[in-house]
Design a protein around this ligand. Structure first.
Ligand code: IVH
Length: 722
């Protein structure tokens, strides 16, 4: 955990804001302590942090700095004077026979190099027979050989898990007690809760050649995997229960449950990384060997570990994990380096609250706090409108962030974010920065709610949000510049007008250089314009012109599909073409006329109406016709003759489907033209199988008939535009 200070057992008051910035150090120290106590309460007791760790750390180091400059202001109850938190009173107290310490932190390469040098100095002094004394004068630079001139120290490197430190006591291989770190000397007895964590063995495995220790205290971290965290929050939301800010708080909240039945429902995990008491067996010679032994005992040990040599080895490990950090299935906030050799570790020993032989090398914080100045909307390539936070610039993991996504309207409501709020911004790896929440306690009186605009900020077309969708969209379609690239790509794709040679890169250039606004403009491009494009040879320019010429002669279904009307896939385009026979009839069709097309329901009909209600879309169609795009037109066919995507197919349903009822699934398949039969034969096109599928599934398998699940069926229907 990053909060280095106390768990305030009671809710603390709020300091006067002016005192936090006061020029009087005594006033400031008091205000900082009060504020830190309050934040601690929210963090530890309510498991609901009010501010990101980085903000807490900033206040904490402010306090440390003032105390360093004014030692007379240091009091024994200052958060800077404590090791960890106080034990919570609800659980029984456990005294750690071997204290649970914390780690010194490093934030840059130089601090890591200094750690390596300090270890080398310590070991060198020891070899020379001198005691290691922290209070001694600064080391004589000549006393320790530079890194090149001495043997590199071997370090065990591991991840710094972002969870809760835990001590698991095993007696003769039996799990007997689980205790939190507490203040390092005493913690809380959470044995019953620990028993619910499935990856923690209740009985250790026998290891060949090593007797079972009489006492073994395994130190490690309880944490929650990111996917388990997401699922838990989904469940909490569905049950109208409080959601957790991050996996670590979810893990803490779950472990602190007094009712272990609740903990049992929370998906906690554990990784072992250290040792407390050990009796009856001698200590393995290296940390690496200890971890191997743990693994053999059946304890969960993280596989992301390595033994490296010297500072360079440490930094290489840090960088390697740094690039993979976001891909790991759990949160980490850094890496940990430990002198591998047990004798060397013992020799280096401890200083106050942390060992000399270990170091936490922290990654830059991924969250920061700033002001939400306003909310703009952005139009994505598919017309999706995304609310974007305009922020007071803030540095998050080394990058200045001024904008962050708010995803959609519902998210803003769910997270209760108002314009003017102090918000927490998160930036993880390559992911777009997002606003994760607002600091409710800092909400100003004039904070105001976001209102989704009714018109697209780029093209002015109506913004629409369909009843079942989270996302609002610009209805501008082909006319909206923000959607142009996507629309052009859709228009040119093989299944549409099939314009060979019009790839993404060319579309980007054409749109960015304002050479093309709508698909109709493509047909106005001349050789000179194309040949002048970046990385475009004369030959490719001519090829593209040839493709465009070919594409002019198309079919009505392809043309309708190419328009990129939402909800209108290839098969709906085909149905429309067959039903109405010509473009003008489709443009003129009203709701009833559209609903008369066999596979068109209200949602698709609505989407078609909206598209043609935008005059720009009709204009583009006119321009395309004017530039020579043509297709065969005729009279509409009778509705019964309309061919549906699954016409002629026979489908069998079996077992219980995860989301659809049998009737719904049947209706969906029939709407797409399929015949739904009760038994499987060699004529069956495919079988949709759910759980507990019996003889029909077996028969399908024996006949070699294709079997798919509900998800595949829905995907297939969606793909067919049904
Ligand atoms: S070793 C004597 N190893 O970091 C050294 N700690 O500030 C004891 N942590 O409370 C800690 N991953 O919760 C160690 N691989 C790791 C760790 C780790 C996470 C946490 C632990 C401890 C804090 C130290």
């Amino acid at each position: 955990m990053s909060h280095p200070a106390s768990k305030a057992p009671t809710r603390a008051g709020r300091p006067a804001p002016a005192d936090l910035d006061s020029a009087d150090p005594a006033l400031r120290v008091g205000a900082l302590r009060m504020e830190l106590a309050r934040l601690n309460y929210a963090y530890y007791v309510e498991d609901d942090p009010e501010v990101p760790d980085s903000e807490y750390d900033r206040l904490f180091s402010d306090l440390q700095a003032i105390e360093a400059a004014h030692p007379d202001l240091v009091t024994p109850d200052s958060p800077t004077q404590r090791v960890g938190g106080e034990a919570l009173t609800a659980f029984a107290t456990v005294t750690h026979t071997v204290p649970m310490l914390s780690l010194n932190n490093a934030f840059d390469d130089e601090e890591v190099a200094a750690f390596d040098r300090r270890c080398a100095e310590g070991l060198a002094k020891l070899a020379a027979g001198a005691p290691i004394d922290e209070a001694a004068a600064p080391p004589d630079p000549d006393a320790v050989a530079p890194a090149e001139g001495r043997d590199a120290i071997a370090y065990a490197c591991e991840l710094k898990f972002d969870g809760l430190a835990m001590s698991l006591r095993y007696e003769n291989g039996q799990f007997v007690r689980g205790a939190t770190r507490g203040d390092g000397a005493t913690g809380e007895d959470v044995t019953d809760n620990i028993r619910t964590i499935r990856t923690i063995p209740l009985q250790l495995k026998a290891v060949k050649g090593v007797p079972m220790p009489a006492v073994l205290e395994v130190r490690g971290e309880v944490l929650m995997y990111k996917r388990d965290f997401d699922r838990l929050n989904e469940r909490q939301r569905a049950a109208d229960e409080k959601t957790f800010a991050n996996p670590r708080n979810a893990a803490a909240g779950s472990l602190r449950q007094l009712d272990s039945k609740i903990t049992a429902k929370r998906p906690l995990s554990f990784f072992a990384y250290g040792i407390g008491a050990l009796e009856g067996v001698s200590m393995p010679a290296t940390h690496d060997a200890l971890m191997d032994w743990y693994q053999a005992l059946g304890l969960p040990v993280c596989k992301e570990r390595a033994v490296v040599q010297g500072a360079e080895g440490l930094l290489a490990f840090y960088r390697d994990i740094g690039v993979r950090r976001d891909a790991l299935p759990y949160d980490i906030d850094g890496v940990v380096y430990k002198v591998n050799d047990a004798a060397q570790r013992a020799a280096l020993g401890f200083v106050s609250r942390a060992p000399r032989f270990a170091l936490a090398h922290k990654f830059p914080a991924q969250e920061a706090m700033t002001l939400l100045l306003g909310i703009d909307v952005q139009v994505g390539r598919t017309g999706a409108i995304t609310p974007v936070a305009r922020l007071e610039p803030v540095s998050v993991s080394g990058v200045t962030v001024t904008n962050a996504t708010l995803h959609n309207e519902d998210e803003i409501t769910r997270k209760d974010i108002l314009i003017g709020d102090t918000v927490i911004v998160r930036r993880a790896g390559d992911v777009i920065p997002e606003v994760v929440g607002a600091v409710q306690a800092r909400r100003p009186a004039d904070a105001r709610a976001f209102v989704m605009p009714t018109a697209c900020p780029v093209c002015g077309s109506a913004i629409e949000r369909l009843p079942d969708e989270a996302v609002a969209r610009c209805t501008g379609g082909l006319f909206c510049p923000a959607q142009r690239k996507q629309a052009l790509w859709h228009f040119a794709q093989r299944r549409a007008l099939d314009i060979d040679g019009l790839g993404d890169k060319i579309i980007d250039q054409l749109v960015e250089q304002q050479l093309v606004r709508t698909p109709a403009d493509l047909f106005k491009l001349g050789f000179g314009t194309l040949a002048a494009l970046d990385r475009f040879a004369d030959k490719s320019a001519q090829n593209l012109l040839d493709s465009l010429e070919k594409a002019r002669h198309t079919t009505l279904p392809r043309f309708i599909f190419a328009l990129g009307i939402r909800q209108v896939g290839e098969s709906t385009a085909k149905a429309l073409a067959q039903h109405f026979g010509n473009m003008d009839a489709i443009i003129a069709a009203d709701l009833d006329a559209l609903l008369a097309v066999r596979d068109i329901g209200p949602i698709v009909a609505e989407s078609i109406l909206t598209f043609f209600a935008q005059p720009h879309n009709v204009e583009v169609i006119e321009q395309l016709r004017a530039s020579g795009v043509e297709w065969a037109e005729g009279e509409g066919l009778a509705q019964s003759q309309v061919s549906l995507p699954l016409s002629g197919k026979t489908v069998v349903l079996t077992g219980t489907l995860p989301t659809l009822s049998r009737d719904d699934a049947k209706a969906r398949l029939e709407a797409a033209g399929a015949k739904v039969a009760g038994s499987v034969s060699s004529k069956t096109s495919f079988v949709v199988a759910g759980s507990d599928a019996g003889s029909k599934l077996a028969k399908a398998e024996s006949l070699g008939v294709e079997v798919i699940d509900e998800a595949a069926m829905l995907a297939r229907l969606a793909e067919l535009g049904a």
